[in-house]
Ligand binder design. Structure first.
Ligand SMILES: NC(=O)c1ccc[n+]([C@@H]2O[C@H](COP(=O)([O-])OP(=O)(O)OC[C@H]3O[C@@H](n4cnc5c(N)ncnc54)[C@H](OP(=O)(O)O)[C@@H]3O)[C@@H](O)[C@H]2O)c1
Length: 336
């Protein structure tokens, strides 16, 4: 077993090009496993973290290894690990205080991982944990999406969207989605019932009486979303601002609660005007929920959608590609 590993790290917020350096391999704690990472996917949270854009919600010590989900093989287990053994092929989203998957090894709590689907390769499995858990939590825990309900999934061709269309259909919902015309075949193949080319049409001109919007875009798209939801429905946003309710539930200090409450005034106005609830979602790691996703994938109900798989040496190109905002599915970095 070597003592050092390659990792992509930043020394300060705003460091556009993370350094590829040799660092010590982490030592797993009693409830941790040490994973030899085979692949890790890029998520927009990676460049938002790099830029310090989520500092109000997540604070990190520098230097910081980036990377938020992975698939790999367990090479060591802590003394209190009961659910996994050396040699298991696992995947996961480490808790937010312990990110760092753009590296050859990761020590991760056993509660944050699951056996990866047996019908997937490591890069395919690495495409799923963050987008899968986020959408599972939005549709099951927050919206409790019911058969025949109508949901708009913004950006159906993205990492989140390609998973969300499949899960919405599996839950029996009617799924509309926005994307460019060139991605129409992709999202239709995933099950989208209605596709809106956002370059040609405004979704508010086409859709009405929806039960829910799954907002991945934020900004004006989020404000406009309230118009198409019927009273009693909900807008769940991944990219809008956290509201006061979220800040309270997350135990943020009072000044942050007040700040978020102030910043979401326009959203609260829309909530009242349309009688539509606004919920900000910040996903949580969960090995348990990931195990359910494994079952769905093994049953052939959901598949990862991959834009490209790149070697670790091309990490920067993969980040740039993701940051450009037009990936079709997931971009995955291969470590081994
Ligand atoms: N809060 C949370 O817990 C959480 C969790 C996961 C993700 N997120 C956030 O959710 C957002 C989406 O994540 P992602 O992984 O899906 O990103 P992504 O994969 O980078 O999304 C890229 C996709 O967005 C589409 N797109 C861009 N602009 C669009 C527009 N105006 N209308 C419709 N589609 C558009 C692009 O299609 P075209 O090429 O056709 O433009 C592309 O396919 C990010 O901001 C991310 O940070 C938050």
């Amino acid at each position: 077993m070597p003592h050092t590993m390659q990792a992509m790290l930043i020394n300060h917020y705003g460091q556009k090009q993370p350094d590829r350096v040799l660092v010590p391999i982490p030592t797993p704690g009693p409830s941790d496993v040490l994973v030899a990472i085979h692949a890790a996917s890029i998520n927009p949270i990676d460049f938002k973290t790099r830029d310090g854009a989520v500092r109000m919600l997540l604070k990190y010590q520098m230097p910081l290894i980036l990377g938020s989900d992975f698939a790999g093989e367990i090479v060591q287990v802590g003394s209190r690990v009961t659910r996994f053994k050396i040699g298991d092929a696992v995947y996961g989203r480490p808790r937010k205080s312990r990110i760092g998957t753009f590296a050859e090894y990761l020590a991760v709590d056993q509660a944050d991982i699951a056996q990866m689907p047996q019908n997937l390769s490591y890069p395919e499995a690495a495409a799923l944990p963050l987008v899968g858990l986020t959408t599972y939590q939005a549709f099951h825990d927050m919206l409790q999406l019911q058969p025949n309900q109508k949901i708009l999934i913004q950006a159906g061709s993205g990492g989140i969207g390609t998973f969300a269309i499949q899960l919405a259909k599996l839950m029996g919902a009617y799924a509309a989605t926005t994307t460019s015309g060139t991605n129409r075949a992709l999202v239709t193949d995933l099950g989208a019932d209605q596709v809106i080319d956002y370059h040609q049409e405004n979704f508010t001109d086409v859709l009405h009486d929806y039960d829910a919007v799954y907002d991945t875009l934020g900004g004006d798209n989020l404000l406009q979303a309230f118009k198409i939801v019927k009273p009693g429905g909900a807008v769940v946003s991944l990219s809008g601002l956290p509201d006061g309710k979220f800040a309270r539930a997350d135990g943020l200090p009072l000044w942050k609660q007040a700040l978020f409450s102030l910043a979401t005034r326009a959203i609260r106005k829309r909530e009242k005007q349309y009688h539509v609830a606004y919920r900000f979602l910040f996903m949580k790691p969960s090995g348990e929920q990931l195990a359910l996703i494994t079952q769905l994938v093994e049953a052939g109900e959901i598949r990862p959608v991959i834009d490209e798989i790149v070697p670790f040496a091309d990490f920067q190109q993969a980040m740039d590609h993701s940051e450009a905002g037009h990936a079709r599915g997931k971009i995955v970095v291969k470590m081994q």
